[in-house]
Design a protein around this ligand. Structure first.
Ligand code: ZN
Length: 249
């Protein structure tokens, strides 16, 4: 299929799907979350970021764009009002079954774009299970280039080397994509004290973080958001192309 169009699974009729998969055997699946993102951002922030980037990736590669998954594992944030959590086991099973089902219809590779770090472990489990039991493959794109983009474009310091939540990056990203959903008058800066048992134990975030923001949301701009999103897009595209080339080798 030619790059340029976006081929959305849920918009296709079955004959369109059948014709499409005669030419294209790979798909992109956004995995986000509906979980608290501070007092100023929508709970669907990870979905907004994932859908935006995967639409661009589907357009650039001609892949089938699958419906995004929003109710996913969100263990650490589960006690904040509004956050929905499913178990890792349920979610990895769902991914495996979605992949097997699409495989029956001609899809052989699914690029899972994970914009929500809480889902990473379930996505890895699904990838490994399929590796042992099936011919369909999941390739997990865990916001590629994220750390280097944050180092390069964010002006605020990070609270944690892995996690960034509802702070400058995520706020900037939503300002770039859906500015009407951000209330900057409620944006805050919070750097909780580091508990040495954070990591070794799964401490619920509401026990140490009052606002739900970890870092500084007040300095976010749409411009920063665009720069970081472009960087993540380029890195993700590079990985998809590399993987597609490896299949042809
Ligand atoms: Zn998020």
């Amino acid at each position: 299929m030619k790059p340029g169009d976006v081929h959305r699974h849920f918009e296709m009729s079955w004959p369109e799907f059948e014709a499409f998969t005669k030419e294209t055997n790979f798909a992109i699946l956004p995995v986000g979350a509906i979980e608290q993102h501070g007092p100023h951002l929508p709970m669907g922030t990870d979905v907004i970021i994932g859908e935006y980037l995967t639409e661009r990736l589907a357009q650039a590669t001609g892949a089938l764009l699958l419906q995004s998954l929003a109710y996913t594992p969100s263990f650490s944030l589960r006690l904040y009002p509004g956050t929905v959590r499913v178990s890792d086991e349920t979610f990895s099973n769902e991914l495996v079954e979605i992949a097997e089902s699409l495989h029956q219809h001609g899809i052989v590779t699914i690029y899972v774009f994970v914009s929500h770090l809480g889902a990473v472990s379930a996505c890895k489990t699904a990838e490994r299970k399929l590796l042992l039991t099936s011919e369909v493959r999941i390739v997990n794109l865990i916001i590629p280039g994220y750390n280097e983009a944050l180092d390069k474009y964010c002006q605020s310091k990070r609270w944690h080397s892995t996690f960034a939540h509802a702070e400058e990056f995520e706020t900037s990203a939503v300002l770039a994509i859906r500015p009407g959903l951000v209330d900057m008058s409620k944006a805050v800066r919070e750097y909780p004290e580091h508990d040495p048992l954070f990591g070794p134990t799964s401490i619920a975030w509401n026990e140490f973080c009052k606002s739900g923001v970890i870092g500084d949301a007040t300095v976010a701009t749409a411009e920063t958001g665009r720069a970081i999103l472009d960087h993540i897009f380029e890195k993700s595209l590079e990985l998809i192309r590399l993987h597609q080339e490896s299949l042809q080798a």
